[in-house]
Structure formats: C-alpha cells, structure tokens
Design a protein around this ligand. Structure first.
Ligand SMILES: [Zn+2]
Length: 483
C-alpha cells in the first residue's frame, strides 16, 4: 500500500510596525510585562479601534511579493472566543473578505521544483501571552503582544512532504525578510507556523480528515512533527484503523519526540464570526498599489541568479548567503570594498559563521564592519601575515571590535617576508643540520621538508612560507652543484 501526504501551512508573521494594529502602544518585543498596553488593547468597554495604516501597507506589500490579487475592498471581522489571552473575548481579524487572495511561492528541494499556491492572506491582531507557572496552578498573562499586527498566510494543500514544507517556510521567511515585512524571529515568535496534514492512497483524489499541528516554531520542529504525524497516520491506515484519525489539534512534544492531542478543532461556526462595525471597510485603490509596487526590493530568487552570474558563487554558497538578507548585504558590502568574491564567501561561510554561532549572534549583528574585514583580507593577500594568523586576528576583531592592523602589530604576527632576513635564518638552519643537507644531495628529497619545518620553527612560525621555500630551494641547488 502506498500513500500520498497532503500538507497545507498557516503562517503567522508579526508586521514590522512601530505601533499596534488598533492603538498607539509600541509593538516592540522585550518590554516589561504589560508595559505596552492601553484601554484599547486591553479591551476596556467603550474604547474604539483605529486601523494602523502601515500594517495595511505591509499586508498589501506582502501580497505583491507573493503574487496575490489585492482586494479593492476588504473588511475586518470579530472572531469570538473566550480565553484569557484575548481580553475583548474576540479577536479582530478578517473572515470572508481578506486583503489578499491567491498567489504562490516557488520552492526547490533536491527532488523537485514546484509552485505552491496560496489561498489567502489576511490581517489580524495577535493575542496576549500566557505564562503557566510550573507545579503552582498559577498562570500569568502578558498583554504586550495583544493587538500586535499579524498577517496570516494560508497555503493550498499543495505540499507533499515534510521536506517540501520546510523548503516553503524557508523561501517564505526569506521573502518576508527581504521585503522588510517582518523580522521573522522564529525563536521570539514573530514568525509561527501551523501545519495541516492528511494522507490518502496514491492515485486517489480526495482529501481525508486532516490533523492540525500547532506552533511549529523552528524548521527542525516542522520537519520532525510532520514526519512523525505522517508515520502515525500511515500506521493507522495500514491497520485499517483510519477512523481513529479525527479532526483535532495536536502539538509537537520535543521531549517525547511525538505529536500529542491538544483539543478537538473548532469549526468556523464555533467562532460566530461577524463584521467589526467599529471599523470601516479597507479600501485599496490602484494608485496605492502602484506606489507600493515601486518600493519592492530585489527578491531572493532574483538575487540568487545575480550572485551566480556576477560573483560565480556555487549553488550551496548562494543558498546560505542569499537565503539570509543580512548575510547577502554583508557580502555585497565586502566585495564593494574590493574583496575578491571567492575570498569573501570563504570568510563569511567559514570563520564568520563559526564565530556568530559561538557567540549566539544573529547575522544582522556581525560586529566587524565589512571594510575592516576587507583590510584584514588584504593584509593576508599581501603576505604580511599567514592565513592561520589571520583567523586568530579575525577572532580578536570579532570579540573586541579592534582593527586588524593594531592587532597584527601588537601580537607581532607580521610574517617575515624580508629576503635577507629569511636568508640569514636559512643559513643558520643549514649550518645546524649538515646531515639533512647530505641526505638531500644523496637524493632524499624529503630532507627538504624537514628543513622547511626547522625554518618555520626557527622563525617562530613567522617566515613567509612561500618565500622561504623559494630561497631554500635556491640554496639546496647551489649546495648540490658546489659538491
Ligand atoms: Zn494599546
């Protein structure tokens, strides 16, 4: 029996606005609990919401980036549910008249290149955050997030594997970052993903009961949760127990490594949607769409092609550098200083990524300005210090913010590239090792390797190896011909 997996995603992204969706409270992350609140976002009766124009513009911009149709008129609705994270007991969202419809994202995995269709994008407010204190029976509530503007992007059930779902989320995240739509910090919850998954026998054209997996907040979780749920459903089908697959919401338990039931899934009618009469319709005219279209920056797909053609980078390097907006901007700033693109890519993907990871920094927080890294690369290219010493200097620059020249001077890392000084060191080494010299003359070529080692040691590792080898070879030739 073979099966086909059907996956659809719902992605929530917090919009890059200064203030919340219906009030002027700051929308920033990281303030003290309940500091960013007012009567409007606390849902005090009698207050009136005012729609944030910037949020509407960002939603339209997302629609243009994702090839959607922008609704000339859309509407806000109330979604009613009673839960402490939502102080009004309803969330203001969009139901049957969303701001964007249709659209698509092209994805590439090692197996396939496919177009994933979108169903819609709608604008809504975020809920507050509940903090459940362990073993105390007490829950705390922080309303700073209540009313922060969100877009929800809903795909069609076009994805066929966990790998495709991850490829989709990566492509989407990168497009939202490039567009300046959201900061997409998954670990802070500004980009969150829910997945719907069902199975059907290969060749069938029906949609079976789907299970919703909630809050998959890293690529790894998304991959693992989908793979696990796919397997769970497959086993039930094989044993003829598919009736046990019910419409429900499950969550990923990372510790157990499995999906566990959370609650049965509500239907739309449970939410008693109705129009939000405190807000008028959202009208978007063609002139505004044109104006927003003009602000669209270069998107990752276009940049990937440009990086391949212009800098000759390899596909794998491009995926990492261009997949991350901050890294690709750093790379371009570095080459603009005159750094060779190959050297630039090697430094970014090697020492830079390693140090960022060690320090737990984001790619937008690189502490070494591109022009300073360029100076270091130049010092190495000129042969003033070795590559190994260069890596040591870079790590020091990264940790202290000091410049390459000062560190090289202070640590005495400069290579000896002075011919007469090298000649003197080499003469000493040859005088101290007459046996190696006669071995070499007798045809034992590895004696030269031993002598190079001695030269490096005698110079405390500072001899410019290329130049030293050249001089040594000259001297060895002379010695042989003089015998
Ligand atoms: Zn407020």
């Amino acid at each position: 029996m073979s099966f086909e997996t059907i996956i659809g995603l719902e992605i929530h992204a917090e919009l890059n606005t200064k203030s919340k969706l219906f009030c002027s409270c700051p929308a920033e992350f990281g303030a003290k609990p309940n500091e960013n609140t007012c009567p409007i976002c606390l849902g005090i009766p009698g207050t009136m919401p005012v729609l944030n124009e910037k949020a509407v513009i960002l939603a339209v911009k997302t629609g243009l980036i994702l090839n959607c149709e922008i609704a000339a008129e859309s509407r806000m609705d109330r979604k009613n549910y009673f839960y402490p994270d939502i102080p009004k007991a309803y969330q203001i969202t969009q139901y049957d008249m969303p701001i964007c419809r249709g659209g698509y994202v092209d994805i590439e995995t090692p197996e396939v290149s496919r177009r994933i269709r979108l169903n819609r994008i709608h604008l809504e407010e975020d809920a507050g955050k509940l903090i459940h204190l362990e073993n105390s029976g007490v829950s705390l509530i922080d309303y700073n997030r209540a009313g922060v503007p969100l877009i929800e992007i809903v795909t069609e059930p076009d994805l066929r594997s966990a790998g495709e779902a991850v490829a989709f989320l990566k492509a989407l995240k990168s497009m939202l970052e490039y567009g300046g739509i959201s900061d997409c910090h998954m670990e802070q919850g500004s980009l969150r993903c829910d997945a719907n998954i069902s199975l059907r026998r290969t060749g069938q054209n029906i949609l079976n009961t789907k299970v919703e997996l909630k809050n998959l907040n890293s690529f790894k979780e998304l991959q693992k949760a989908l793979e696990h749920e796919e397997e769970r459903q497959k086993v039930l089908y094989i044993h003829g127990e598919e009736s046990r697959i019910v419409q429900e919401t499950r969550r990923w338990d990372g510790e157990k490594g499995e999906t566990v039931p959370m609650r049965s899934k509500e239907d739309a009618r449970d939410y008693r949607y109705f129009p939000e009469r405190d807000l008028g319709p959202v009208i978007i005219n063609d002139a505004l769409i044109r104006e927003i279209r003009e602000t669209l920056p270069e998107m990752p797909m276009t940049r990937k092609k440009r990086f391949r053609d212009l800098y000759g980078l390899r596909d794998k390097e491009i995926d990492i550098i261009v997949g991350d907006k901050a890294l690709s901007e750093y790379f371009e700033a570095l080459t603009a200083c005159g750094t060779n693109p190959r050297a630039g890519a090697n430094w970014i993907l090697g020492s830079m990524m390693k140090l960022l990871k060690e320090k737990g920094l984001k790619t937008g927080q690189i502490p070494v300005p591109p022009e300073e890294l360029h100076k270091l690369i130049k010092i190495i290219a000129e042969g003033r210090i070795s590559i190994t010493a260069g890596q040591e200097v870079f790590s020091e620059m990264f940790n202290t913010g000091r410049n390459a020249g000062d560190i090289v001077n202070e640590k005495g890392l400069s290579q000896i590239s002075n011919r007469s000084e090298l000649k003197r060191i080499i003469t000493d080494v040859l005088n101290d090792n007459p046996q190696s010299l006669s071995d070499y003359a007798a045809g034992k070529k590895q004696a030269a390797v031993f002598l190079m080692g001695r030269i490096m040691k005698a110079s405390k590792g500072k001899a410019n190896p290329q130049l030293a080898r050249e001089i040594l070879e000259e001297r060895l030739k002379q010695e042989i011909s003089s015998k």
